[in-house]
Design a protein around this ligand. Structure first.
Ligand SMILES: Nc1ncnc2c1ncn2[C@@H]1O[C@H](COP(=O)(O)OP(=O)(O)OP(=O)(O)O)[C@@H](O)[C@H]1O
Ligand SMILES: [Mg+2]
Length: 459
């Protein structure tokens, strides 16, 4: 029994001889059989061997651990006026405690405090960067921001909302300015990936030869001009989140093959690297070019097209949902008032007619631009056809604008009456002088006075 114990303890002795901060080994009676606390406590091994641990170490609990058989990890123990961090581990054989080992991790708790402080500072810094990244890579818009009263659009919003909850890959198609990006943002924000990054990549804006390293990253020295420590790719950065691949139709054929592989394997390698990196990202792609046509013309891989188009959302152009123009206009103008400091303004009936007759090649984006420009030009409460750009055929819609013409007439009348009254006051009621001041003939003034029903005697 003793031999066996010594055999087991021999191994421990070896460990203890090489330990840095110090350890003590006791047998089951609590007697010290190995000691390398010399540095720590200034007591030599030969002076303590065979002594009971309680006689040698202040506040020790090693003898208690032998009784309880329960280890005590990282407990504070005061020795020679210092709070040290001690661990006590029972050594067992067939469930029977045959000894115990005591270690001191830190001579002084202050060391831990300093270290903890450093860790805390590091954690704070990392947290700050994390926040910054998630702010940099977050989606701005939600389904509430997609304004529509069109049935087809409402249906699409519903499909998108449902798909957001699943992990499916989504392809959003539609002409430029129809709100594809808005949909992509809203889907990310409605998904449970919302607290992870939303990373937008415009495939058309990044040179073809750089797109691969942008998506997959590279190891240091992967190619000439590569950054020293390598670079993390968007697939790695976006882990747990969503990647929006905008203008996907512009992706080269060879890049399409690489993307297909990632979608199939959910793994990739950095350029110049050989470690497979797992990536859990949801891909949303957008295109204003019909991708199916691109497939038929051999410019886009059919297999990738099917992979991307698990859920397809085709946003109709504005000209096919004219019923959206009034609500969108209202919303856009309200935004101009609320956010840009414009004074209250609305679209007159005649101008609305013009807007509905136009074919909107730039869709909602163009509508926004047209309204902003008009709001800048208009001086009153309404946007009239004359405030719309030449590209919108204004003649088509002016004829029926009775309401505004009357308003305009009233305005002119009001201004004339004011001017006449002012002139008459100035000339103490002399019509001849007033007419001269106003730069009109006397008879013209008489006509206006009777026309407006102004009785001069009342002045
Ligand atoms: N349903 C909508 N509700 C409110 N605003 C919209 C809506 N659709 C589009 N917009 C407006 O139109 C602008 C263009 O939308 P978005 O950027 O999503 O277009 P897109 O389809 O991505 O166009 P492109 O193909 O040119 O990138 C947005 O900034 C937004 O102001
Ligand atoms: Mg876009």
């Amino acid at each position: 029994m003793m031999e066996e114990l010594m055999d087991s303890l021999d191994v421990m002795k070896d460990i203890l001889d090489n330990a840095y901060q110090g350890m003590v080994l006791i047998d089951k009676e609590g007697r010290i059989i190995k000691w390398n606390y010399e540095n720590l406590l200034g007591i030599k091994e030969k002076d303590v061997l065979d002594k009971h641990v309680e006689e040698v170490i202040e506040n020790t609990r090693l003898h208690i651990v032998i009784k309880t058989g329960e280890k005590e990890i990282c407990k504070i123990q005061r020795i020679q006026g210092h709070d040290m961090l001690a661990s006590r581990i029972p050594i067992k054989k067939d469930d029977e405690v045959i000894g115990a080992v005591g270690t001191v991790l830190f001579r002084d708790i202050e060391e831990i405090r300093t270290m903890a402080k450093r860790v805390e500072i590091l954690e704070k810094t990392v947290g700050k960067y994390k926040d910054e990244i998630s702010q940099m890579y977050s989606a701005k818009y939600t389904f509430k921001d997609i304004i529509t009263q069109n049935d087809k659009m409402q249906e699409l919003k519903e499909i998108a909302r449902k798909a957001a909850g699943l992990n499916s890959t989504i392809l959003i198609q539609g002409e430029s300015g129809t709100g594809k990006e808005f949909f992509a943002h809203a889907i990310h924000n409605a998904s449970d990936r919302v607290y992870n990054p939303f990373i937008q990549i415009n495939c058309a804006a990044i040179p073809h030869e750089l797109l691969e390293s942008e998506l997959f990253g590279y190891e240091g020295g992967a190619f000439t001009g590569a950054k020293k420590g390598g670079k993390i790719g968007k697939f790695e950065l976006g882990n747990g989140g969503t990647i929006l691949l905008d203008e996907i139709s512009t992706m080269t054929y060879s890049m399409q093959a690489k993307l297909l592989r990632v979608l199939e394997e959910r793994e990739f390698e950095r350029i110049g690297g050989n470690i497979r990196i797992k990536s859990d990202v949801r891909i949303i792609s957008c295109t204003n070019e019909n991708l199916h046509t691109a497939v038929q013309e051999g410019r886009f891989r059919q297999d990738l097209y099917y992979r991307l188009n698990v859920v397809g959302i085709d946003i109709p152009p504005l000209r096919d949902r004219l019923d959206d123009i009034p609500v969108l206009s209202l919303y856009i103008l309200k935004e101009l008032v609320d956010k840009m400091g414009f004074s209250y303004i609305e679209v007159s009936d005649s101008a609305m007619k013009c807007l509905k007759l136009y074919n909107w090649p730039g869709n909602v984006r163009e509508l926004r631009n047209v309204l902003e420009r008009a709001a800048n030009i208009a001086t009153g409460k309404y946007i009239y056809p004359e405030h719309l750009p030449d590209s919108i055929n204004r003649k088509l819609c002016i004829s029926d604008g009775k309401k505004e013409i009357k308003l305009l007439k009233d305005k002119v009348a009001e201004a004339e009456i004011n001017a006449i009254m002012e002139a008459l006051k100035f000339t103490n009621g002399s019509r001849t002088k007033a007419a001269r001041r106003l730069g009109i003939h006397r008879t013209a003034l008489y006509k206006k006075l009777s026309g407006y029903g102004i009785n001069i005697k009342e002045l």
